[in-house]
Design a protein around this ligand. Structure first.
Ligand code: ADE
Ligand code: ZN
Length: 339
């Protein structure tokens, strides 16, 4: 297994599905609570970890929104983001496209600029000091209204000069179909932003179809339930759209009860461009390498499968064709030297 771990870590790869607020480790949560004089409902790191017992997405989201209360200053957002980048840099991640939830912060009185500038400063340092390139994706909270999403899009406009490159859609999926945000996504597209959306995590394949056909997304987040619809699966395999799959998240939120039941292998066999990601690693028990190892072990993935997943992450990113080719060439070199 350590041979496989070394192989995974050696391969250049991109992380395309990571909520920065979901990388808030219990230790940092305690530290920031003290620094900002915020009262937590937990007395210790162990108590925080004990609370991470989820039966579904909503159980998790309730704790995730509570956890983000400790994030108050630009420095907090910097520290959060840079700590994440340091972790993944050690795992061979060369590029990240990360989400954040501005509405989770502006609703608590933390300014959009405080949040965004803290994150961007850390992303700049990530490139300079760690060699990890990045893009920033602003997600709309789908349990909030279309009107609130439009207000957030408006507020973010000063950062659409290349600093925020895409919009996403996350939070409680059931009852909040992609169709609710069709007009917001159309407006974002008119601003030349890239578009991604969570769909088919808990919601049905029909939500995936809506995300593709109504929101016209460039990349699909999760998408596990796509394979329940053979026609849609075939269409998405042909289109080559990337799926950002998050194995440990699916296990922890009870999308699968055992990793051996995870649909990742079936999705790959159906010709879908699958990538492996960590979603909210501080809550779900692991970063990129842990996610790769968990599916590799449970589904008996071999080195060719792993190299393909890494290739897919580069191809599915928003990097330029030239940048993609450089990373793909390195993957090929490393994969052939590990045969
Ligand atoms: N926000 C943070 N993580 C999420 C997930 N896995 N699904 C939906 N919204 C999220
Ligand atoms: Zn997610």
């Amino acid at each position: 297994m350590s041979d496989l771990r070394n192989f995974i870590n050696a391969l250049p790869k991109a992380e395309l599905h990571l909520h920065l607020e979901g990388s808030l480790e219990p230790e940092m949560m305690m530290h920031l609570a003290t620094r900002n004089n915020i009262e937590l409902p937990y007395q210790s790191v162990d108590e925080i970890k004990d609370a991470y017992n989820f039966s579904n997405l909503q159980d998790f989201l309730d704790i995730y929104y509570q956890g983000m209360n400790v994030l108050q200053t630009e420095q907090d957002f910097y520290d959060l983001t840079f700590a994440y980048l340091k972790k993944v840099a050690d795992e061979g991640v060369v590029h990240v496209e990360v989400f954040y939830d501005p509405q989770g912060h502006t609703s608590r009185g933390v300014a959009f600029s405080t949040v965004t500038n803290g994150i961007l400063h850390a992303l700049d340092d990530g490139l300079e000091k760690l060699g990890v390139s990045s893009e920033l994706i602003m997600s709309f909270l789908r349990h909030l209204s279309e009107e609130e999403a439009f207000a957030t899009l408006e507020e973010a406009k000063p950062w659409f000069d290349g600093r925020i490159v895409a919009v996403g859609l996350d939070s409680s999926e059931m009852g909040h179909p992609p169709s609710k945000f069709e007009r917001v996504f159309e407006a974002a597209r008119d601003l030349d932003l890239k578009l991604v959306a969570h769909a088919g995590e808990e919601g049905p394949a029909e939500y995936v179809r809506e995300a593709i056909e109504l929101l016209k997304i460039d990349r699909l987040d999760h998408g596990n339930r796509t394979i329940e619809d053979a026609d849609l699966t075939q269409k998405l395999a042909q289109s080559g759209i990337a799926f950002t799959v998050c194995p440990l998240s699916n296990l922890k939120l009870c999308g699968v009860m055992d990793m051996k039941e995870h649909p990742l292998r079936k999705m790959m066999d159906a010709g879908l461009k699958v990538t492996v990601n960590s979603d909210d690693p501080a809550y779900f028990g692991g970063y990129m390498t842990a996610n790769f190892l968990s599916v590799a072990e449970a589904l008996a993935l071999n080195k060719d499968d792993i190299a393909l997943l890494c290739r897919n992450s580069i191809e599915g990113s928003f990097l330029t064709d030239k940048e993609k080719q450089q990373h793909l060439d390195r993957i090929d070199n490393i994969a052939s030297s590990h045969k």
